[in-house]
Design a protein around this ligand. Structure first.
Ligand code: AMP
Ligand code: ZN
Length: 115
């Protein structure tokens, strides 16, 4: 928990978030400025600033995020059609919120492939 972190505040209810999923390790909510018809942010309940700084003790959070993505995809009905995951980490990526988050994008066929 980081008192100055926007996503920590959403996780603990200080700031409202449009929650779509929660378990012991993960919190997921709708992005306030969606870049796709479905745009969800999947975050660990532990404050980890970016993917570049994960450690062995964070393993359970990272696995839980991946499981949660598929549970959300199943629940919201886009698992079969597919989805795109984006994780920005660090300055060059343009990461704005320094609490690790997986962008889960779905509901459209994404044309422009970077990779
Ligand atoms: P990034 O650029 O990877 O750090 O992504 C940060 C994301 O957080 C952006 O897509 C924002 O639209 C989103 N965001 C910022 N504030 C909020 C908020 N209060 N609730 C939900 N999403 C937010
Ligand atoms: Zn945080």
């Amino acid at each position: 928990m980081d008192n100055d972190c926007l996503f920590c505040k959403i996780i603990n209810g200080e700031i409202p978030g449009d929650k779509v999923y929660e378990d012991e390790f993960v919190y997921a909510f709708k992005d306030i400025n969606p870049a796709a018809p479905i745009h969800i942010l999947v975050v660990p309940k532990k404050h980890i600033d970016c993917l570049a700084n994960i450690s062995d003790e964070d393993e359970k959070y990272i696995w839980a995020i991946h499981k949660a993505i598929n549970i959300i995809a199943e629940n919201m009905g886009f698992k079969e059609n597919g989805y795109r995951i984006i994780v920005n980490s660090g300055r060059d990526s343009g990461q704005e919120v320094m609490h690790l988050h997986y962008h889960l994008l779905a509901g459209a066929k994404f044309g422009d492939k970077i990779v």
